[in-house]
Design a protein around this ligand. Structure first.
Ligand SMILES: *Cc1c(COP(=O)(O)O)cnc(C)c1O
Length: 383
């Protein structure tokens, strides 16, 4: 299969001669009318009905008992980690193949990321790699999981559902339970992805989702924390809203809080987007199916299918080339043709800030990082 055949096929999916972005938001519903409503009512900021409405819609859609909207996905991750008990000098296990925000949030807690390999087929944290890392490198002392190399407590584990493909979260959670490690899911990319019939982000103690402009639906910028734990939810609301104690007019704050609340303006956009979510997910699935059928004809590049017993939102479709030089040549070809394609992230331990962090063997992560390319995946205008 030639590169030209691939780019022709992408053009054919999107039916345009213009630039094709990787993932463009789709505004086909009440976005303008709800935004107007905010402006006319003057409730554009930290107070307004859309925030609660958006939180309710996400809770209902994911099946979570509680949802707390935040300024972005990174701040949602930061707060979930703090509330999972991650403190200065603790360690948090995560995957090297992720967006930098996962590791930044760990660092905002003054904690240290530890990198464990991913599965090739899910591109998310591997329970097998996790189990062998924990067996070889930790001991339990006073009920806490201690890293025998560093002497630090491993407090939490943050698996990520890469490109919307669910990782093997049930196995990961069972292993973490044995080692007294809290699970926080980075579900930033996986709104509308399921493990069997359970929405992603519903296994861990809490999860963070993102509504940045390039995600499945957008609030401009925004995120949300979901959890079934009432106390966790109350604390999350409190910490994200400057830790203000309720009072009709006095300013009383009972700890250092954060201004991480989602503004009403952003939530208004979110409510309108949620109304279109089923349509958006269904078109994205159609696009994924078109790609899957097309790439069936060849084994390089191979299409990254949703893992077994799961349903992916196919946030970003991914193809896997035979080797790095073939991949780089394709990226060059497509971008020259005004079709945006992008290599998977640079592995976290290759970034300056995380070079010193401990890692287990990372064979699968390294293999994928040389071969994976994301191709245009945004839902098309539906008629
Ligand atoms: C998008 C994303 C985030 C962060 O979300 P923002 O809303 O951009 O802060 C975190 N983790 C992953 C894996 C993401 O893809």
């Amino acid at each position: 299969m030639t590169f030209q055949e691939i780019t022709d096929f992408i053009r054919n999916i999107y039916q345009t001669d213009k630039f094709i972005p990787l993932h463009e938001p789709l505004f086909i519903g009440n976005e303008k009318s709800y935004l107007n409503e905010c402006i006319e009512s003057t409730f554009v900021s930290s107070v307004g009905k859309f925030v609660n409405q958006f939180e309710d819609m996400i809770a209902k859609f994911t099946g979570a008992k509680y949802a707390i909207a935040t300024s972005n996905g990174t701040s949602a991750l930061h707060i979930t980690l703090l509330l999972a008990g991650v403190q200065t000098n603790d360690e948090v296990i995560t995957q090297p193949l992720t967006f930098v925000a996962t590791c930044n949030a760990i660092n905002y807690c003054n904690a240290h990321p530890v990198f464990v390999d991913v599965d090739k087929n899910t591109m998310g944290l591997s329970p097998d790699a996790l189990e062998s890392f924990l067996h070889e490198n930790t001991r339990i002392q006073d009920g806490q999981c201690i890293n025998t190399t560093t002497g630090r407590i491993i407090k939490a584990c943050v698996p990520m559902h890469t490109f919307g493909h669910p990782c093997r979260i049930l196995k990961i959670a069972a292993i973490c339970k044995k080692f007294n490690i809290q699970v926080i899911e980075d579900a930033a990319e996986s709104l509308g992805s399921y493990i069997d019939t359970l929405h992603s982000g519903r296994i861990g103690l809490a999860s963070a989702l993102s509504f940045n402009g390039n995600k499945t639906i957008t609030t401009g910028g925004g995120g949300i924390i979901i959890t079934d734990d009432q106390e966790f939810a109350n604390q999350a609301k409190h910490l994200t809203t400057t830790a203000k104690t309720p009072h009709p007019y006095e300013y009383i704050h009972d700890q250092i809080g954060y201004n991480y609340r989602m503004p009403n303006l952003n939530a208004a956009l979110g409510v309108a987007q949620m109304e279109q979510l089923d349509a958006i997910l269904s078109d994205k699935r159609k696009i994924a199916q078109l790609y899957a059928d097309f790439f069936k004809k060849t084994n390089s590049p191979a299409f990254a299918h949703e893992p077994p017993s799961s349903r992916s939102n196919y946030w970003l479709n991914a193809i896997i080339f035979h080797d790095q030089s073939q991949r780089d040549a394709f990226i060059e070809h497509a971008n020259k043709q005004q079709i945006m394609v992008r290599p998977i992230w640079t592995l976290m331990p290759k970034l300056t800030m995380f070079k010193h962090c401990q890692s287990g063997p990372l064979d699968n992560s390294m293999w994928l990082s040389e071969r994976v390319v994301n191709i245009p995946s945004g839902a098309r205008t539906l008629t």
